[in-house]
Design a binder for this molecule. Structure first.
Ligand code: SAM
Length: 499
């Protein structure tokens, strides 16, 4: 590992990816669910978006491509990330994004900080608990200087107490890996073998921790670049929500909600007994500690606002009624139930079925969906509809519901197709840019391949299946996944305005 990273790995690049929690529309919807007005971007708003620790910048580019009037600034200290991101952005012809190579521990005090515009929305995904305290302090200083009053910040981090039982495993991976190999990818691979060997040899700290066993079990399914950036950093330290809230308060940021939308609904998170205990407190930070004690997850996605403007229930409902949503699934595939921390919940087919049908051809406003004749009077809760449909990845927010597919988004998706096809498995998920959504929607690399042909008018399933490089014995299977993409997924991508 080279010396300039301050303990953060710099010899292996992080994989490019889209994470929907980074989308301003998602952040603003989460804030609304927390009763705070953060202003969902309007179609023609000239939003200023900032990402700190952007990696290869895929998410920032996707947002720039989807929203030509936005100004996007993305920062990372690894020159390999910035060089890759700049090359991709240039190839896609993006002119509204700027990548800055800078160290967040000192950037706020450097001259180039003056060139960063005041931000309406900021995202820090996968940074906070992986970097040393000096970088966290630099981040807070930059947020204090650059988040506009009323601006919104998304931050994800590894959380305690969830991570507690597996902290020893991370230490073993890091210390063992450092001594077993030179490069971070080889370090993590050899360290995983070491940890699995210890598990097999009956080491009680591993055998008696279901979390450690679970993490070790699924490691072979993870890309090595993810594992290296997740486990091989010297300063990795999961933390309590209250610690993040205290640190960000120095930038006048208040915690308002989770951008994992179902987490904003107590009825989906807590049993009645847990809810009774929660209700002893009205301090939101204490309530989050109880949530982190009751909910089994390792990563939090929080939304903070600089100057939280609280909304009345009526104003909040009005704002939620105004949100437009686009369906991610075939309406016939609307699930009948879903898993939440509290258990399985019925999704009420009589309510969600007609809504899914109404979304078949494109996004609709939540308020209009609640006016569908067979639904009038049955439920009038826009928060629940958004929490369920967007929260369960069944739908995406759409900030320009009637917009045509944007040329800039299509150019970005074409570059995604060129860069992913042939270099990664066809089942890998990728985010595609959409001007209509103002953000991304997920598809597989296979869907992306079919899309590029379908855009040229090629839709015959057998012809398209012929483009997939697979052994003859898999021909039937290939034909079936191609059929599903043509008949189910492509209409979804069209409805979302991707093409
Ligand atoms: C886990 S990656 C997340 C990348 C991106 N946000 C994503 O989700 O794909 C964390 C990123 O933070 C960057 N980083 C770490 N320390 C940094 C520092 N001191 N200054 C700037 N960037 C830093 C790393 O280079 C890496 O790209």
């Amino acid at each position: 590992m080279s010396g300039w990273g301050g303990g953060y790995i710099t010899d292996i690049t992080y994989m490019a990816g889209w994470y929907r929690q980074q989308s301003p529309a998602m952040m603003a919807i989460a804030a609304l669910l927390g009763n705070v007005n953060a202003g969902i971007p309007a179609p023609d708003d000239a939003i200023s978006y900032l990402e700190l620790g952007c990696g290869q910048g895929y998410g920032a580019m996707l947002l720039a491509a989807s929203n030509p009037k936005w100004t996007v600034t993305a920062i990372d200290f690894n020159p390999a990330h910035i060089a890759e991101a700049r090359a991709w952005a240039a190839e896609a012809g993006l002119t509204n994004i700027r990548f800055l190579e800078a160290d967040l521990s000192t950037l706020a005090d450097e001259a180039q900080a003056a060139t960063i515009p005041e931000a309406d929305f900021v995202s820090l995904h996968g940074l906070w608990t992986w970097v040393p305290p000096a970088v966290q302090a630099g981040v807070v200083k930059l947020l204090a200087a650059k988040v506009r009053p009323g601006g919104v910040v998304h931050i994800s981090y590894n959380v305690l107490p969830g991570w507690g039982p597996a902290m020893g495993m991370q230490r073993l991976l890091r210390e063992g890996g450092n001594r077993l190999a030179f490069r971070s990818d080889q370090q993590v691979e050899r360290a995983v073998t070491l940890a699995k060997d210890l598990l097999a040899a009956g080491a009680p700290q591993f055998t008696q921790s279901p979390l450690t066993r679970h993490l070790l079990d699924r490691m072979h399914t993870m890309p090595v670049s993810y594992l290296a950036h997740e486990y091989m950093n010297a300063s990795w330290k999961p933390c309590f929500h209250s610690e993040v809230a205290a640190a960000l308060s120095a930038a006048k940021l208040d915690w308002v909600a989770s951008s994992q939308l179902p987490e904003n609904f107590g009825s989906l998170m807590f049993t009645p007994e847990q809810q009774e205990i929660l209700n002893r407190f009205d301090d939101p930070i204490m309530r989050e500690l109880i949530k982190d004690t009751c909910v089994d997850r390792l990563l939090r996605h929080d939304v903070f606002v600089r100057g939280a403007r609280r909304l009345s229930p009526v104003a909040r409902n009005d704002a939620l009624m105004d949100v437009s949503i686009s369906l991610n699934i075939n309406p016939a595939d609307m699930p009948a139930e879903a898993d939440f921390p509290v258990g399985k919940a019925d999704l009420n087919a009589a309510f969600y079925g007609p809504i899914a049908q109404a979304l078949t051809h494109g996004p609709r406003k939540v308020g209009d969906l609640l006016e569908i004749p067979e639904l009038v009077g049955s439920r009038d809760n826009p928060a629940e509809m958004i929490g369920i449909l967007i929260g369960l990845d069944l739908a995406e927010p759409a900030i320009r519901r009637d917009a045509a597919p944007g040329e800039q988004a299509r150019a970005f998706n074409r570059v995604a197709a060129k860069n992913y096809l042939g270099t990664t498995g066809l089942s890998r998920g990728v985010g595609l840019a959409s001007h209509r959504l103002g953000g991304g929607t997920m598809a597989t690399v296979l869907d992306l391949m079919i899309m590029t042909h379908a855009m040229n008018g090629e839709t015959d399933i057998d012809t398209l299946a012929g483009y997939v490089n697979a052994p003859p014995e898999q021909a039937e299977k290939v034909r079936e996944i191609v059929r599903i993409s043509v008949e189910d997924k492509q209409p979804r991508l069209r409805a979302a305005g991707v093409w």
